[in-house]
Design a protein around this ligand. Sequence first.
Ligand SMILES: [Zn+2]
Length: 258
Amino acid sequence: MYDTSTRKRALALVAQGRSLNSVSKETGISRAAIRSWQTRIEPLPRMRQTFCPLCGPTADPPADRGAYAYLLGLYLGDGCISPGMRSGYFLRIACADAWPGLIDACVAAIKAVNPSGKASRVHAVGYTSAVGYSGHWPCFFPQHGPGKKHDRRIALEPWQQAIVDVHPWEFIRGLIHSDGCRITNWTTKTVGGVRKRYEYPRYFFTNVSADIRRLFTDTLDNLGIEWTHCTRHGNAYNISVARKASVALMDVHVGPKY
Ligand SMILES: [Zn+2]
């Protein structure tokens, strides 16, 4: 844990035009930590005390906050944590093979957050799981618990909310990439005797947990994105973003799956 004057000194070096790399080498502070101070200089709230040997007494949140916010969205949408054979846990995010770019993004996020820097792919029929092994996952994802996520209360810890507050789009992107989609409705209108096709892109997010839907819509509210509840295929678990300006912002920061 670095104090505020150390943080300011490192940022002052960057402000002189030095690269993150050279400042990192000179100060011994990781590039990810310096980068995170550029968006939030105050220390994050500490994680809850755990018995994890990696956390030790300080229990710092993950250093790469952007990657963490994205991975948190993926985890809440479609991830699971299960105990491994030794003292560690598997974090698994299932990705449809139809979206190879998402599999890459997911593997990269697990590598960035996993203290070991490792992640792998496990292939199954029609989907690929991005998997990371660590004793640390329950510390980083305290929402882990027995049973299904929609059967229990899901709330963010203060340190997680602080990360989502500075990286809201990464969090939204993770949620959309796991449990959302961008679709295009269309219709035709006859204008001046000519039939024209009009397209209406919109985003959907679908999750059976009311708590997780609420985390999604609270973050949209903070970003000024308009949304509505929407029943689709007889299922009331959908959030829709359809207003033109809001869809345009979502396109800049999220975009279609790839
Ligand atoms: Zn830990």
